[in-house]
Design a protein around this ligand. Structure first.
Ligand SMILES: Nc1ncnc2c1ncn2[C@@H]1O[C@H](COP(=O)(O)OP(=O)(O)OP(=O)(O)O)[C@@H](O)[C@H]1O
Length: 505
């Protein structure tokens, strides 16, 4: 693919992204003198006639929808090696997944979150009117396209057809994406209707409003629990869309869109900043995110959270500068957060809360009052300067939105496993300005050993920070474990929390 320079009359410029089934290229149409996006079916699927057909069917269906809210398809063809492709409208604003707040795992300002979800719901309604169910609504399938007048349109792209076919053929890939998939979509042969997309739209709204992908159907945490102070009517509207039984959901995407628009009017009438800002719950996100979807939108995903920290520092100059690693971890966690698994230990046993990551490999037990919020779907060791990838990881804290902000009191723990690289060397080089370094000591738990370093006097009411880099006690080099523990009041739970860490092979 890299050797390709042209596809038909289109000159390839760069790769925009890839999904499970296809690669998408930015190309230039030399005849029309306009940029286009070209989606090419991945080589490993090209031999499957049924997948090829579904891939092209997606193009035809997108074309059939013929709405300004759905990505337009201009052309369809086949490469000399037989791979099919289709040419579509290029959305220059990236996807909603690139939104800086979402990439940082923090909520959007409430009016913006509601308005974007309503726009996505209106786009889904346009598909439904054409008799098409999307089946894979998620941020990376909602594109942002700027018009010459500077306004931004949202476009729905990438139907989940190929995935549904893979599922039907007995492959492991299920239609839809984790956290966004309604229960009926996980069952082959269960009839799917437009209400499956209402569920996906509810998940999108939940993600934008709370900064967190909802847990599995029926285990979705209430949005107002994740975003303290949230208008209960917003929470109710989102939970209704996310009802496991489709009979209990909003009956149409349009009905959901109208409710969101009504709620948006309410939040804008009361000052436009949303209740979370008023209660101080999501200051970093609100400061960093553009206020409107018509604001400049080509913002790339930040490489680190410095783009989150900068506006915060500008607004509150006396605020402690964020340590880079905490900020980077928050970004990585946010970018990969997908599932929330919260297993309460039996209450009789000293009120501990046991949390397992979504891969089931990493587990930790924390005091019950640390367990307000969980992100459990992994991390990227690139945050520590190690090889990029998705590895098991989780964070649980009483307020995750403040995790990176050492100025505010937080109690919680982050655990990240890495199958590669020297975690210990990286962690050993970290420092945390604004806190007093207490020193380090060797750690020997049951299955793990390594080094623990502690900082005290962090501004959050005598907050302390404990970091550990652990390796298997049996002498094997990997995996290695990175642990961060934050305590707000000179607490002494760190050893107990470290002791409770379990890693399944
Ligand atoms: N029309 C477009 N204009 C601009 N960028 C696009 C366009 N279509 C897709 N992209 C980019 O290409 C990426 C890959 O798209 P694709 O539809 O193949 O996969 P995905 O939705 O990310 O994943 P999956 O198909 O596995 O769910 C998108 O995330 C987006 O960044």
């Amino acid at each position: 693919m890299h050797s390709l320079e042209r596809i038909g009359r289109y000159r390839l410029e760069r790769r925009l992204g890839s999904g499970a089934f296809a690669v998408v290229w930015l190309a230039h149409d030399d005849v029309l003198e306009a940029p286009v996006a070209i989606k090419v079916l991945a080589e490993n699927w090209a031999g499957r006639l049924d997948v090829r057909e579904r891939f092209l069917e997606e193009a035809r269906l997108l074309r059939r929808a013929g709405s300004s809210r759905i990505v337009q398809v201009y052309d369809i063809g086949e490469l000399p090696d037989g791979r099919p492709y289709f040419v579509m409208e290029y959305a220059d604003g990236g996807t909603l997944a690139d939104h800086p707040a979402l990439a940082a795992g923090t909520p959007l300002p409430l009016p913006e979150a509601l308005r974007l979800t309503a726009l996505a719901a209106r786009a889904a309604e346009a598909l439904h009117t054409a008799g098409i169910v999307h089946r894979d609504i998620k941020p990376s399938n909602v594109l942002r396209h700027s018009s010459p007048d500077g306004r931004v349109r949202l476009l729905l792209a990438d139907l989940g057809l190929a995935k549904s076919l893979a599922q039907a053929s007995g492959l492991t890939m299920a239609a839809g994406s984790e956290g966004y998939r309604p229960p009926e979509q996980a069952v082959p042969g269960a009839g799917i209707d437009a209400r499956a997309d209402v569920y996906g739209l509810g998940a999108l709204g939940h993600h934008l409003v709370t900064g967190t992908v909802p847990g599995p159907p029926g285990e979705v945490l209430r949005p107002d629990r994740l975003r303290p102070g949230l208008d209960p009517a917003v929470s109710r509207a989102l939970l209704r869309a996310l009802a496991p039984d489709r009979e209990d959901r909003w009956p149409t995407a349009l009905a959901f869109a109208r409710e969101l628009e009504r709620l948006t009017d309410g939040t804008e009438a009361t000052g436009g900043t949303g209740t979370a800002e008023a209660t101080g719950g999501t200051g970093a996100a609100d400061a960093a995110a553009p206020a409107h979807d018509s604001a400049p939108t080509a913002a790339p995903v930040p490489a680190s959270a410095s783009t989150v920290a900068a506006p915060l520092a500008a607004r509150r100059p006396r605020r402690l500068v964020l340590p880079a690693v905490l900020a980077a971890l928050a970004v990585v966690l946010g970018g990969t957060a997908a599932a929330v698994l919260l297993h309460r230990s039996p209450p009789a046993k000293d009120e501990g809360l046991r949390v397992t990551d979504s891969s089931g490999r990493v587990r930790v037990e924390v005091p019950a009052d640390w367990g307000g919020q969980v992100r459990a779907s992994g991390w990227d060791p690139a945050a520590l300067g190690l090889r990029a990838g998705k590895e098991p990881g989780l964070a649980v804290a009483d307020d995750l939105s403040r995790w990176q902000d050492l100025d505010t009191p937080v109690n919680g723990v982050f655990l990240g496993l890495s199958g590669h690289g020297d975690v210990a060397a990286r962690v050993g080089a970290l420092g945390h300005a604004g806190c007093h370094y207490e020193g380090g000591h060797a750690w020997a738990g049951g299955d793990w050993h390594g080094r623990v370093r502690t900082w005290s006097g962090c501004p959050g009411e005598e907050g302390s920070l404990t970091e550990a880099a652990l390796t298997p006690a049996d002498g094997t080099a990997h995996p290695q474990l990175y642990v961060q523990i934050r305590e707000s009041d000179g607490g002494d739970e760190a050893d107990r929390v470290l002791d409770s860490v379990r890693v399944a092979s």
